[in-house]
Design a protein around this ligand. Structure first.
Ligand code: C2E
Ligand code: MG
Ligand code: MG
Length: 645
């Protein structure tokens, strides 16, 4: 087949004109009638064809399936031995063959891509009309090499039918015949009808694909999002070898929110772009997949990972990439990150379980030097054993299984017991005496925190009332949790208990961690203002482990800082901890706050703290937490404890 892309639209639209003519009127009339009937039937058939095709497209959504169906229908309907389906890539092309039937391998590869300028199909797309290529009509301008190849094996006529949706060109469907062939007006109509149905289906398929892309991707970074993560893991676990193996690293940027708030979202976005680039660079080296789970949280999936150690090593590499200084908005910034690590299938049968485990590890990583933590069952508060424990706790509280232990706080400069801290324990019928760390965090996640704290406060005040008869200035410290202060009716409950116990509110000290306050500072401020209004004091527990900013401290009705035991334990060997303790004591004093050193375990620490002017101390060195009768022994000795001078 030689080829020419006809520039004459009449060739299509006006071809096969002509009607009945000559003969006797009755005969002519009969012929006309027969012809009209045949035409009507043909039209009906064509309409039916287009209808059928449209209906079939309603079920098919992938563009490839639409292409295959179209090629199939056209080949059957037009008896064309060669049919090709092309879609336009981008606005300027080229046209890419999606499906072709009847072509040789060479023709397939020659015609795989057709330019918009320089091919009959391109012309059809540009001018939105059916273009005919036929032997003997040569116009080399629009001749593509594939036409030469087709004519070499005797193919003679081709029609390129454009696909358009609204104003948008989509591609072409080409039908090619071995003989010289005209195109009838009916065929033109049918081709146009088919083209309309196909175009609509393609446009629909693309819209669905776009929507799906949106649902599974994060717009600002272009990374697959949380839903994309679950889908990827589903595919990993559904197909391929079983059990599927994969490592998961969940990365969380440190201080990202703070940077976003102080330097603005533009800088925040620039940082994100750089972070994504670094994560992807590492991911390419392995290879691995990167996802954005939310704000400053990313997931890296390592398909085929064999061990937690291997995944943790990768996590450290990722963090070291991220920790390199970055330049944004003309500033040099350092942005740290933490990472939690988990492994499939060991730590979960599906993406949800796996992600939960990596999150548990991440939580721990925030407190781990180096910032990487591997999932361990002990970290997990939601193991079946813990859930069972939680379900027993409510009954335990009602049945009086809780007990309080009391640990004294010592005035370091003088050696007398200033007061006690109440620490809750659970006499579990099966498991024996449980320390607070085993069940308080569980209760904190549920409404049980309210009855638990209620019981602790009542019991602590009952004991204080007893001790106050002999030691009227003795104080009692009680731990509150975040849940308590976010509970708006909690201050009322507390007030009621204190009133009923008949103790002086000024002898009470409530301890809260920084993290508990920072979770929702505004609500915390309101609750704490009410709780301290009656003269009770407020202590910041585990000071130094949260993200306290001093500006918040000034706004809070804080009276005491309790320096976390990790600094005290580390003081003898870590000069940094010693410096932190020293400056905390100074800071507290300059803000006119009291300061307590927690976890004093030896004489040396006690002596150092005393020398630096620390007011109060608590720890095994002086006394362990103990039941009331035992704690009372210290009081029986006059309330004095040994303080090294
Ligand atoms: P916390 O308030 O910081 O309590 C101090 C913890 O350190 C206690 O652990 C205590 O037994 C322990 N400790 C005291 N001296 C030393 C020492 O010299 N060395 C070491 N290594 N540890 C020492 P415990 O009783 O297991 O309590 C752990 C945490 O549980 C408490 O930390 C507190 O945050 C929470 N908690 C305890 N009782 C309650 C309660 O009634 N309500 C609430 N909301 N939380 C409680
Ligand atoms: Mg405490
Ligand atoms: Mg503490």
């Amino acid at each position: 087949m030689d080829g020419r892309a006809s520039d004459d639209p009449g060739e299509c639209e006006e071809a096969a004109e002509g009607g009945p003519g000559g003969g006797a009127p009755t005969r002519a009339f009969l012929n006309e009638l027969l012809a009209a009937k045949a035409e009507l039937e043909a039209r009906n058939e064509a309409l039916q064809l287009v209808n059928d095709l449209s209906q079939r497209f309603q079920k098919r959504l992938a563009v490839e399936a639409i292409a295959a169906e179209t090629v199939d229908v056209l080949a059957r309907h037009s008896q064309a031995p060669l049919v090709a389906f092309y879609l336009l890539e981008g606005e300027k092309g080229p046209l890419r063959m999606v499906t072709g039937r009847g072509f040789t391998e060479r023709e397939m590869s020659l015609g795989a891509l057709l330019p918009l300028e320089g091919s009959a199909s391109g012309l059809a797309v540009r001018e939105r009309r059916i273009v005919t290529i036929r032997r003997g009509n040569l116009d080399r301008r629009d001749l593509h090499p594939v036409v030469g190849a087709l004519s070499e094996r005797g193919l003679s006529t081709g029609f390129c039918i454009p696909l358009t949706h609204g104003e948008r060109p989509l591609g072409t469907v080409n039908v090619i015949f071995p003989t010289e062939r005209e195109i009838s007006p009916l065929e033109i109509d049918t081709f146009h009808g088919i083209a309309r149905a196909v175009s609509l289906a393609v446009a629909n398929a693309r819209l669905v694909a776009d929507l799906e892309h949106l649902a599974f991707h994060d717009l600002p970074t272009g990374l697959p999002n949380r839903a994309g993560f679950h889908r990827r893991l589903l595919r990993l676990t559904a197909g391929g070898e079983w059990p599927a193996r994969a490592g998961l690293v969940v990365v969380n940027l440190d201080r990202f929110r703070e940077i976003n708030d102080t330097l603005g979202h533009t800088v925040g976005d620039e940082i994100l772009v750089e972070v994504v680039a670094r994560l992807q660079a590492r991911a390419r080296a392995r290879p691995a997949d990167v996802f954005r789970l939310g704000g400053d949280e990313f997931a890296v999936v390592l398909p085929g990972a064999e061990s937690l150690g291997e995944v943790a090593a990768e996590a450290r590499l990722l963090l070291s990439e991220l920790s390199q200084p970055l330049r944004v908005a003309g500033m040099g910034l350092e942005i740290g990150a933490s990472a939690g690590v988990a492994l499939l299938p060991e730590q979960g049968r599906d993406s949800h379980e796996l992600l939960r485990c990596a999150d548990v590890a991440l939580h721990d990583a925030k407190r781990t030097p180096g910032g990487v933590a591997v999932y361990a069952r002990e970290l997990d508060q939601h193991t079946p054993e813990r859930l069972a424990l939680l379900s027993e706790l409510g009954k335990g509280i009602r049945d009086g299984e809780l007990v309080l232990h009391f640990q004294p706080t010592v005035a370091l400069q003088y050696g007398f017991i200033e007061g006690f801290e109440a620490l809750v324990r659970w006499r579990h019928p099966r498991l024996g005496l449980l320390l607070s760390g085993r069940f308080v965090p569980l209760a904190e996640a549920t409404d049980l925190m309210r009855p638990l704290t209620g019981w602790v406060v009542k019991e602590a005040l009952r004991q204080l009332a007893v001790w106050n008869r002999e030691f009227p200035r003795l104080t009692m410290a009680i731990n509150l949790s975040m849940r308590n202060i976010l509970d708006r009716s909690f201050p009322d409950m507390l007030e009621e208990i204190v009133r009923e116990a008949g103790v002086n509110p000024a002898l009470l000290e409530y301890e809260l961690t920084e993290t508990a306050i920072m979770a929702d500072p505004e609500t915390a401020f309101t609750s704490l203002a009410r709780i301290t209004a009656s003269g009770s004091r407020l202590a910041i527990d585990d000071f130094g482990t949260g993200y306290s900013s001093l500006s918040y401290l000034k706004r809070l009705p804080v009276d005491v800082l309790k320096i976390d035991q990790s600094f005290i334990a580390d003081m003898a060997t870590g000069p940094r901890s010693l410096a932190i303790v020293r400056s905390t004591v100074q800071l507290a004093h300059s803000l006119e706050l009291g300061v307590v050193a927690e976890g004093v375990e030896n004489r040396e620490s006690a002596r150092t703290l005393r020398a630096m002017g620390c007011d109060l101390a608590q720890g095994y060195y002086f006394a362990r937490p103990a039941p009331a009768e035992e704690a009372a022994h210290h009081l029986a000795r006059g309330g004095w404890l040994d303080v090294p001078v």
